[in-house]
Design a protein around this ligand. Sequence first.
Ligand code: C2E
Ligand code: CA
Ligand code: CA
Ligand code: CA
Length: 279
Amino acid sequence: AKQDGRNTYHHYDESLDKASENKFKMLQLLRPALSEQQFELHYQPIVELKSGNINTLEALLRWPQPDGSMIPPDLFIPLAESSGLINELGSWVVRQATQFCAQLRQQGHSDIRIAVNLSVMQFKDGQLQRTIESALYEAGLPPEALELELTESLLIDETEQIQKQLASLSKLGITIAIDDFGTGYSNLGYLRNFNASKLKVDRSFISPLCFSEHDESLVGAIINMAASLGLKTVAEGIEDDETLQKLLSLGCDIGQGYYWSKPLPENALIEYLLNRNTL
Ligand code: C2E
Ligand code: CA
Ligand code: CA
Ligand code: CA
C-alpha cells in the first residue's frame, strides 16, 4: 500500500505542469523578496496633452532577478494577492512612492504628483487609510500629491465597503482614478459612486486607434461622457504622434505611453525630468 501511495504521489508530481510549478516556486520567493527589499518601483510620466506638462508619475512595481531579468507585475501581483502578501507589498509601494515624490518636490518639481495602483485586497483589512495617511505624513506631502488607481473590474464586488473608504480618502484630497476603463462592465454613471475624478481608458482601445474607426468613435464617446460627468480622461499606451494627434482632436486631456517614456527607475526618471525642463 505504501508503495502504491508513493507511486500515486510520484505520478501526481510528474503531472504538475511547468507553469504551476513555476508559480509555486515564485510564491515561496515573494515573502523573502519583500523583506530583503528586492522590489523596485519604476515611474512613468503622465502628460497633460495640451501643455505637454508632466504633472503625475505612475509608480509601477518591478521584481529584478539575479540574472538581470525582471518578473513582470502581471505575473507576481496575482500571487501576492492570493497569498495575502499584497497588503504588505502595497503598503511598501505607498511609502516608497510618497518618499520619492517628496524628494522630487524638494528638487524643484514642486507640483509633481504620484499615482499608485491598488488591489481590491487592500480595502479588506481596514488599514488602508491609516497606511496612506501615515505615508503622506512621514513624507511631508499634502493628500493632493497622491492619486490612487483602481481597476474598473475591481469595483464590481464589495462595492459598499470600497465606496465608503474611497469617499473618505477623496474627502482628504486624494485623487481617485479608474484604471483599465472599458474592460469591465460598469457604466460611467456608476463610477460616480466611487468618487473618481479621472478615467484611464485601457491601452487596448488606444494602440489601434489609428487603424480602427470603431475604436475612435468609442474613445470619443467615452471622453465626451466623462467630461459631462466632470471626469478627466487619461489615454494609456500612446506610442506615436499620430495617436497623440487623434486623441487631441477627440478632446482627450491627459496621456501616458512609450511616446514620452517607458517606466523608468528613480535616477533615470530624475534625469528625464531635468532634460525635459531644459529643452
Ligand atoms: P496598469 O496599471 O494598467 O499599468 C500600465 C501598464 O502599461 C504598465 O505595465 C506600463 O508599463 C504599460 N505601458 C505604459 N505605456 C505603454 C505603451 O505605450 N505601450 C505598451 N505596450 N505598454 C505601456 P506594467 O508595468 O507591466 O504593469 C502591469 C500591471 O501590473 C499594471 O497595469 C497594474 O495593473 C499592475 N501593477 C503594477 N504595479 C502595481 C502595484 O504597485 N500594485 C498593484 N496592485 N498593481 C500593480
Ligand atoms: Ca495603473
Ligand atoms: Ca491601465
Ligand atoms: Ca492593466
